[in-house]
Write a protein that binds this ligand. Structure first.
Ligand code: ATP
Length: 609
């Protein structure tokens, strides 16, 4: 027995009157339970306000004006007597749904099968070309005249994209779990949804083979996998405490692209699972060349590439590639390169459950070009795809150091990944942890530090000849300059160039005797110049000499950046001393301890945000 549009709309109206999510799930579960297999997906999509899964862009979104024209036509075709003109009625009622319901009042409609109405709506949405508006008006008027008032209300709202039953995807998942008898099924249903982003597909599998059908769903090209997301922590130490030895990657700021190929068609999906294929012609072409008729799903971050500097553009430039028109012209001006960071599916097999380490190894085989080497290749695929930059960290300080380097290169932070972590589709958890500079600032004072060396730039800084400096505090007891931070940010390009010239002029071949540092910069300089530095925190570090006693740990700065050019008013011995650093460290520790007192969680949370 097929369900009628009227029966479905009775449920819609009940759903609309409920406010408890639990009740809604129960009600929707009851509706789904009574449907035949072919009806399941259409009803699920309609509840979502769509004709297709959302990633296919199935909202009808006709204008109220068009619906009004359809109503006027229906009124005239069926000679329906009305107290006022449809336009005035719409003005009073404010809702095309109520308008159609009122116009149809007293008519019984034919109680069409749901599938017939759904097919008509699909046909309506496909009307295009010359005269399509008139065609739509005619078809919609005919459809309205065959509906009951209640169905008219919901169909009219559906076509203008305002069904708004208040049922989100999570409630639909709950409804399916209810239908299958409860909570145990929910995890499997969620898993299936995360793999394909298509609740209609999940419902159909449930209808066909019950939970067995759902459990056997796996990723398939053309259906975006809901994206894995990061938790956040605020230091290398916290990350290391949480996940131990881990992979750490640069966090690039561009477009997240989930690329699918079934061997003939390549598609690209965005972070929010919209299809964005047309925006990325170079990625589509490179995928075709690289994978031919193989099937694959992988993810990477696409960044605008600056051929003049051999580096990546900042996000503000990359974002200009987000366009529907003149894509090809723009792609010549700002070509994109994609740094691949995950692999989810290959040659018919899901890779989601494999540990990250193994996925990464395969990525490196499939995309053998490193992020830094991409500019050596002009043509696809090597010039388009590279792997994200990655290190393996077996100590918190290595995470912090990598973080500093990544900022020097102009990127926004890092993502640490659990080595044995699976790809957790649709979930934010500690398998991936992001760390960005802004997360925590407990150190508000600046320090005046002496520059003792510098590094030639990498990535976007190559052409400046300087990417970072090594800085020291002053230790009066030893009368020495003791290393405390490698600093790669805070200055404008012009100021970096000026600083490079000053440092270059005071280069020395070896570490000066008055300098204590186990870290070797690329170029040592006379300890002469002082700069003001701001940092988020002072931490203990085995790498720096500042405050180190015997085999103990020294002090280091977390996320340091220069806030001044060289200070003409300060000589090296006017720099911040080791004991001042120690005082700042103690003060910061007390401050955090105070914040962490019971009842102050809010304050701590705010600071951490
Ligand atoms: P944000 O606004 O910080 O980018 P988000 O909510 O979009 O956050 P998160 O899970 O917090 O997403 O961060 C992951 C995002 O970082 C991904 O969506 C991806 O676009 C981007 N990204 C950049 N580089 C990488 C990388 N190496 N590995 C994974 N994701 C990366």
């Amino acid at each position: 027995m097929s369900v009628s549009i009227d029966e479905v709309c009775v449920y819609f109206s009940r759903l609309e009157s409920l406010s408890s999510r639990l009740e809604m799930a129960r009600m929707l579960g009851e509706l789904l339970k009574g449907l035949s297999v072919p009806e399941l997906a259409p009803v699920v999509y309609m509840v979502q306000g769509q004709l297709n899964p959302p990633f296919r862009g199935g909202e009808m979104g006709m204008s109220s004006k068009l619906v009004l024209r359809a109503v006027e036509r229906a009124v005239s075709d069926a000679s329906i007597p009305l107290s006022s003109r449809p336009e005035d009625l719409l003005g009073t009622l404010g809702d095309p749904g109520f308008l159609v319901e009122q116009v149809l009042e007293g008519r019984s409609g034919k109680s069409l099968p749901l599938l017939t109405v759904f097919e008509e709506l699909c046909a309506l949405s496909e009307h295009s070309g010359e005269g399509s508006q008139d065609g739509k008006v005619r078809a919609l008027a005919g459809l309205f005249l065959s509906l009951s008032p209640l169905s008219g209300r919901f169909v009219a709202r559906f076509v203008v994209g305002k069904l708004r039953l208040g049922v989100g995807d999570a409630t639909i998942v709950d409804a399916m779990a209810q239908w299958q008898g409860g909570k145990q099924s929910k995890t499997s249903i969620e898993r299936a949804y995360n793999l394909c982003s298509d609740l209609g597909r999940v419902a159909t599998a449930l209808g066909q083979e019950g939970m067995e059908g759902v459990n056997s769903l796996s990723p398939i090209p053309g259906f975006p996998i809901r994206m894995a997301l990061c938790e956040r922590l605020s230091s290398g130490e916290e990350i290391f405490d949480k996940i131990g030895v881990c992979a750490v990657e640069s966090k690039y700021d561009g477009f997240r692209c989930q690329v699918h190929s079934d061997g003939s068609r390549v598609q690209v999906f965005s972070r929010n699972l919209e299809e964005t294929t047309s925006m990325f012609p170079e990625i589509v072409e490179a995928t075709r060349i690289l994978f031919g008729n193989r099937s694959v799903i992988f993810e990477g971050e696409a960044l605008g590439y600056n051929a003049d500097t051999g580096g990546f553009h900042p996000f503000q430039v990359t974002i200009t590639r987000k366009r529907k028109h003149n894509v090809l012209e723009k792609s010549l001006e700002i070509p994109l390169k994609a740094l691949v960071f995950d692999l989810m599916y290959l040659d018919g097999e899901s890779w989601l459950e494999k540990p990250f380490q193994k996925r990464r190894k395969r990525i490196e085989e499939l995309f053998p070009v490193h992020a830094f080497a991409m500019d050596e290749h002009e043509t696809a695929p090597a010039g388009v795809f590279g792997t994200s930059r990655l290190i393996v960290a077996d100590h918190p300080s290595i995470i912090d150091q990598f973080f500093d380097e990544v900022l020097e290169e102009g990127f926004e932070g890092i993502i640490a990944k659990r080595q044995d972590g699976v790809y957790t589709a649709g979930s934010r958890n500690f398998n991936w942890i992001k760390l960005k500079r802004s997360y925590k600032e407990t150190l508000s004072d600046t320090l005046d530090l002496v520059l003792i060396g510098y590094y030639a730039g990498k990535g976007q800084r190559t052409r400046l000849g300087i990417g970072a400096v090594l800085a020291a505090a002053y230790d009066p007891e030893r009368d020495a300059f003791v290393s405390i931070a490698r600093i790669g940010s805070g200055l404008t390009e012009e100021n970096w160039i000026v600083l490079r010239e000053m440092l270059h002029a005071s280069e020395v071949p070896d570490r000066p005797r008055s300098v204590l540092s186990e870290i070797e910069p690329e170029y040592w300089v006379e300890p002469r110049y002082v700069v003001s530095v701001r940092a988020d925190d002072i931490t203990r570090s085995p790498q720096h000499m500042c405050g180190r006693e015997g085999d103990g740990e020294g002090y280091a700065l977390r996320f340091p950046r220069m806030v001044s050019q060289v200070r003409a008013d300060k000589g090296p011995m006017d720099a911040t001393t080791v004991s001042e650093v120690k005082t700042l460290f103690d003060r910061q520790r007390n401050l955090l301890a105070r914040h962490r007192k019971p009842g102050n969680e809010e304050v701590v949370k705010k600071r951490e945000e």
